[in-house]
Structure formats: C-alpha cells, structure tokens
Design a protein around this ligand. Sequence first.
Ligand SMILES: Nc1ncnc2c1ncn2[C@@H]1O[C@H](COP(=O)(O)OP(=O)(O)O)[C@@H](O)[C@H]1O
Ligand SMILES: O=P(O)(O)O[C@H]1O[C@H](CO)[C@@H](O[C@H]2O[C@H](CO)[C@@H](O)[C@H](O)[C@H]2O)[C@H](O)[C@H]1O
Length: 497
Amino acid sequence: MSETSRSQAHAHRDLPEGAPGPLGTRGTAGRRTTAGVSELVGAALPLIAHWLPTQRWYAGKGRAITGLTPVVGTPLQVGDPTLLHLLLRVEHGTGPAAQDDIYQLLLGIRSQEPSGIGPAAVLGRLAGGGPHDGAVLYDAVHDPELTGRLLEHLATGDRFGALSFRRTPGPGLPGNLPGRASTAEQSNSSVIYGTSFILKLFRRISPGTNPDLELSLALSRAGSTRIPRVAAWFESRLERSEPATLGLLQRYLPDAEDGWELALDQVARLKGDPTPGNFAIEAHRLGRATAEVHRVLARSMPTARLDRPEIDRLAGAMADRLDSAVAAVPGLLRYRSALRGAFQQLTADHLEGLPVQRIHGDLHLGQAMRTPHGWVLLDFEGEPAKPLAERRLPQPALRDVAAMLRSFDYAAAHLLAGAPGPDPELAHLAAAWAARNRAAYCAGYTAGGGMDPAGAPELLRALEIDKAVYEVVYEARHRPSWLPIPLAAINRLALTV
Ligand SMILES: Nc1ncnc2c1ncn2[C@@H]1O[C@H](COP(=O)(O)OP(=O)(O)O)[C@@H](O)[C@H]1O
Ligand SMILES: O=P(O)(O)O[C@H]1O[C@H](CO)[C@@H](O[C@H]2O[C@H](CO)[C@@H](O)[C@H](O)[C@H]2O)[C@H](O)[C@H]1O
C-alpha cells in the first residue's frame, strides 16, 4: 500500500471519544461528536504524509512511513480560519520491526493562503469534496492570529476535549497577544508573544510529564532565577496512558544573548582580531550557574548514590549506545574497541557512592542565555532521541558538565570548519581557546559548589565520549556537514584510553 492510500485508509476510522468536536460554528469545539473532524483529518492526511518528513523536528528521517493514524483531534477555533490541534501516530516498518511515534501538529485551514507565511509552512490545498475542499492547509505555528488563540486558552486555563490548559499561580496572562514563530534552529517549535512569553510546542510526544516542564517547574517553585519562569502549560490525555505534556509557556528573555552565538563571536576574533575578548570569564560564570542549578535540583528532586549494579548499568548503557551508533555510522567502528575500554574503566573503586540526581540532560552553549542578571539555562528536555523514562532517571551531575565541555570544543571546531584549507596556526589557537574555556567552566562549576570534575577523570572522559557518540549520530542524521566535529573529538578521546 502506498503511503498516501494507507494514510487515507486510517483516516476513515472515527477519532477517539472526547477528542474532536464538529467543525460547524465557532464555540462548538471540544464536544464529543467526531464526524466533522474525522472528515477534515482524512482530507489532511495525504498532505501531512508529504510535508512531515521535510520538518527538522521529524525524527523518522530515512525510514519509510507505513501508516498515519490520528490519535486525538481537537478543533480550537472553527470558521475561516480554523485551528485544528492534532496528535498523529506515525508508523514505520511492519511486523516485529514496526515502530511508531506520536507528533503534535497545529494545523491552520483558510480559504486563502495567509500573507507572510513561507512556502515551507504550507502543506497544500485540501481535496476530497468536503466543506473544506480547496482550502489551504498550513502549519499554524506561523499564523499570529491562531497562535494568539492558543495563548487565550493558556490564559483562561480551560479544557477542550482531551486538552487541558494549566496556569501557574501568579500574575494573569495577557490573552490577546499575537504570536510569531521563532526562527531559532531547534528540535521543537516555539512561538514568541511580544516581548513577554515564549511557548514551546513539543513535536514528538510521549506519555507522561516532559522533563522540561517537570524540572522547570521544580526550579521555578524553588525560586531559582537561573531559568525563565514557567507561566503555563498544556497537556493531553493519550489513549489509556498518563497525560502527555504538549506545550510549555515561559517568560521570554528579550535582552538575552545566546551562549553559542557569543562563543562563536569570540572564536571568530581569534583570526587576527587585535582585541580578542575574554570569554573565559563568562565560561567561569556559566560553570557557577550550572552548579547552582544542580544544587537546587538535588534539593528539590529525588537523589541516590551509585552502587555496584548501577555502575555496571551506567557503563553497559554507554557501550550499548556505542554499538547502536556504530551500526548507524560505520565510520565509528575503528574507535569501538578503544571507546569500550574507556567505559570498562568505570569501576566501583572509582564510583561507588557517587551521588546521582536529576540533571539538565542535553546542556550546551545554545541552551545557555546570558542576560543582564547572569546566565539562564533553557530546555531541560534531555536528549530528544532518548526515551522519556530514561531521560527522567537520576544521573551523575558531571554528565551536564561533560556535555558543556563538548560544546566549547564544538565552538572552536566551527572556526576550523570555515577555513579554506588546513591552517595549523588557527588549529592551535582554536584548541587553546577550547582548553582555556573548558578549564574556566570547570573551575566555575567547582567554585559554585559542584563536584570538582578533575576528581573523577575516568567518569568525565566516559561521559564526554558518550556525548560525542550521541553527537555523531545526531549530526549524521540532521547536519551531515558537521559530522567531522564530533568525529574529530572521538578520535582525540580514543587516543587517551
Ligand atoms: N525564555 C526564552 N527567552 C528567549 N529566548 C528563548 C527562550 N527560550 C528559548 N529561547 C530561544 O529558542 C531557542 C530554542 O529553545 P529550546 O528550548 O532549546 O528549544 P528546542 O527544545 O526545540 O531545541 C533557544 O536556543 C533560544 O534561542
Ligand atoms: O535541539 P536541542 O537544542 O535540544 O539539542 C540538539 O541540537 C543541538 C544543536 O542545535 C545539539 O548540540 C550539538 O551542537 C551544538 C552546536 O550547534 C553544540 O554546541 C553541542 O555541544 C552539540 O552537542 C544537541 O546535541 C542536540 O541534542
């Protein structure tokens, strides 16, 4: 069966109870009748099947879609334009090898293409002869009016069918701000409201509370100023599972500078600028901020200490991830034995009793924003490719430190990637920049009350390798021209084993 015809076959099934409402008149959203939504979704599925694989946040790249099944459809506005919230199951493969993911889509439907919307956000014109025949279907994240509607729901804290909108206590939310789609390169999609709020719409959805909401709420409630305050969120019932987090509204930091951009700017000055800046001061402050966040998380969420079986599991999981990565990127094979050697050095002698706690899970310079009041950390979702249950496990806090150390290496390596040919002098400057900032970050982390990373060199190296292995797969999948950056790190780290 072709992708499109299979999609249509699934669409003829009615949507589940409590999900959709009839697309008749404004204000009918959320009722338990399914006919109008099923028809609209049926007409949309063939367009979705073509558009989905072109999206950056789509995790199924390279795997054929074998089925599209609507899970929950909720009309949030009805008329012209219509706003349809859709959770969609995307199936890959068949039989025992079958896998599936659920994605969140926010679909706009208008009789005319909205002005100012880029072609990449347009899925096409609906066909099928229904009431929306000929209307334009598009990604509503790019429609200020419709994302404004979503903010209204968050502001009132109401329920629509399977969707629940929740607010944190505190000042009310403005319900009438138009949203603009963020242009940041990201794993999900964000909408910015004026200079006040930013709403992240999680794209790949798993049952349960997303760690970004869980940890941001814990930090907000503990009064931490190292994250943007949580203002609201929304979630959905998902078949018979616990509710899944769909979106997170936080204070927008209008004066913040992205740590990755700041670092790149400093690195670029290495090419003969007579006044190179001193990023090491910032790296030190960032280390302190990381330690501060870790301290609050350790106080407000469960902690434990590593015992022998846990140490074996930690090392075993790293070796398993390496093996999967080797299967995906065969260029890693030549390093396999050395890297496994580094994981085998994680023994009870070194690690028994080491504290573990909830951590950021995917820390890098692009997740750190420098504000007039200091560094703020974003996006506590963890590595998007890992299952949610795994991302919620307590970890050695040094995992975040190792991840940030990789980021200094990335920033330095980026300079070399842009050079027209081999440039040993530039390579030396870049390596020295990375070393200086990595050391400053670690010193800041220790000064801020974190564990001295130099006190656990085997663990730090294993964690850096584990992260670089993840990066190899990430780059191979999303940015193949960046693959040499983590591969060079793997080469370097393998030589130290
Ligand atoms: N509260 C905020 N204030 C200002 N900019 C933000 C804020 N939250 C996110 N951003 C910007 O959006 C980008 C993507 O956010 P992030 O939470 O990392 O999304 P994703 O999980 O989709 O990668 C960040 O790198 C930052 O540039
Ligand atoms: O989208 P997220 O921010 O949640 O994280 C994913 O994308 C990151 C890239 O945007 C990726 O980070 C890697 O590239 C960064 C430079 O762009 C570098 O600073 C990081 O050290 C490197 O890991 C991250 O791994 C991925 O999960």
